[in-house]
Design a protein around this ligand. Structure first.
Ligand SMILES: CSC[C@H]1O[C@@H](n2cnc3c(O)ncnc32)[C@H](O)[C@@H]1O
Ligand SMILES: [Zn+2]
Length: 438
């Protein structure tokens, strides 16, 4: 007797990510109650499963949804506001003044929705975000029905959101209490960066992270200036300071990690820390090129992020995957470094590991959540196709993403968003443009 299930999706290829480099031809994926039940040859599926809904994807690859390991989603409303500037000039003279004028709950909710719509249309199913008003981010994720880890942001300086580090932490933890138990939401502690956070506040963050088992999401070693300033102010490099404060552990997600010595790479590996690599943002802000090959060789888990639309200016994970594979080769003069299958794993399983979610997402295994994306490979940009994994990384673009599921729910269907209204989001973004400019 065939087992009754919710959905059966058949595709020309399935790339499960685990085992590494495998591509299954003419396979189907069975989903029930939001979870993957099985992956089996399409010819064998009717004998095993009776599906309430059948989706025949034809010439597509079905793969795990992409995991954006670092973003500030609401900053999509600041896209293109300040380009061609180095990090500290960009932040101090453009972004922070704009944020202090504009960022309120409504800005974060609407900006995050705009970003989530863009990410969904690019195959992203889970985002690790860091911004003010985490409650607004949570509501946006619930509206979109997308998975997300919400940073409980900490800064020392006052903003409209909070007055000092204690207030940021208090407000963040209240938000966590309010949304705890939501199956698609998780939380991180998000101290902004070593140059904005005191030793005392880092100490509190470590204690809370251990007590509440929360990952720590922090910008780290992003620019040369950050290292110079730390040597001037603390007489040590930022990572050595964080090491002395007890931050290096498997709970740590260090964002950027562009400027690292060999010793620092080994510390990250020895302590089981994770790195979020943001190649486009690092190039655009002239921060540099992260030593991704050396990190991977040392055994550090490296995932991939977009950073914000104000420094990228796209929230396009397929573009970041391609850039990751290409930059690693250009930086090392080694063509075999970060091969296509590894770049894909970084944007899926490695991201899931960094978030402590690899039991649930990041690869297509029975029992894991049905967080999936489908990418068509029968367009002229992807013809002919010898190897779907090669095309996913080097040839396909986000416009080839046709369908996305989160926990078995179809959020993108033939490129149409099912939970969000694209035209309304664009209209709201236009209205915000006038406020941003004034
Ligand atoms: C405290 S919420 C996040 C905070 O970070 C700012 N930000 C955005 N991009 C970057 C970056 O690349 N490095 C450092 N800080 C960044 C954002 O504007 C918010 O103020
Ligand atoms: Zn960032």
């Amino acid at each position: 007797m065939p087992q009754t299930i919710d959905t059966l999706i058949s595709a020309r290829w399935i790339v499960p990510i685990e085992p590494a480099g495998v591509c299954l031809k003419q396979h189907s994926l069975a989903i029930d109650k939001g979870r993957i039940v099985a992956i089996l040859p399409t010819a064998e599926a009717p004998a095993s499963y009776l599906a309430r809904e059948r989706v025949d994807l034809g010439s597509h690859v079905l793969m795990p949804g992409l995991i954006n390991l670092h973003s500030h989603a609401a900053m999509s409303l600041l896209r293109g506001l300040a380009d061609d500037l180095p990090l500290m000039d960009w932040l101090n003279h453009h972004i922070w003044p704009a944020e202090s004028r504009l960022v309120r709950d409504e800005f974060v909710y609407e900006g995050t929705l705009l970003a989530l719509a863009e990410m969904l249309r690019g195959g992203v199913t889970c985002v690790n975000d860091m911004y003010f008003y985490p409650g607004a981010t949570a509501r946006a994720l619930l509206t979109a029905k997308m998975r997300g880890m919400i940073g409980l942001t900490v800064l020392e300086f006052p903003t409209h959101y909070a007055s000092d580090a204690a207030d940021y932490l208090h407000k963040g933890l209240s938000t966590r209490d309010e949304f705890n138990g939501e199956p698609l939401l998780g939380f991180t502690l998000a101290p902004h960066a070593p140059y904005t956070i005191s030793d005392q506040t880092f100490g509190k963050v470590v204690t809370l992270s251990e007590e509440l088992e929360l990952p720590i999401h922090v910008h780290l070693h992003e620019s040369q200036q950050e290292i110079i300033d730390s040597l001037k102010d603390y007489h040590v490099r930022p990572l050595a300071r964080l090491k002395a404060l007890g931050l290096l552990s498997p709970n740590l997600i260090g964002v950027h990690c562009v400027h690292l010595t060999t010793d620092e790479i080994h510390w990250l590996a020895q302590h089981g820390c994770h790195v979020a690599h943001n190649p486009t943002s690092n190039m655009k802000l002239a921060s540099g090129i992260a030593p991704v090959s050396a990190l991977l060789e040392a055994g550090v888990n490296v995932g991939i992020g977009t950073d914000s639309a104000a420094s990228n200016n796209r929230l396009d994970m397929l573009a970041e995957i391609r850039m990751t594979a290409l930059l690693a080769k250009a930086a090392t003069l080694q063509a075999q470094t970060v091969p296509a299958h590894q770049a894909l794993a970084m944007a899926t399983l490695h991201g899931a590991k960094a978030l402590g979610l690899d039991h649930l997402i990041g690869s297509l295994l029975p029992g894991k959540a049905a967080d999936l994306c489908a990418i068509r490979l029968d367009d002229l940009e992807t013809a002919p196709c010898f190897d779907p994994i090669s095309h996913l990384v080097y040839a396909a673009g986000r416009e080839h993403v046709t369908d996305v599921w989160v926990a078995g729910r179809r959020l993108l269907q033939n490129r149409e968003l099912t939970t969000l209204n694209a035209a309304q989001l664009v209209a709201r973004a236009r209205a915000w443009r006038d406020k941003v400019r004034s």
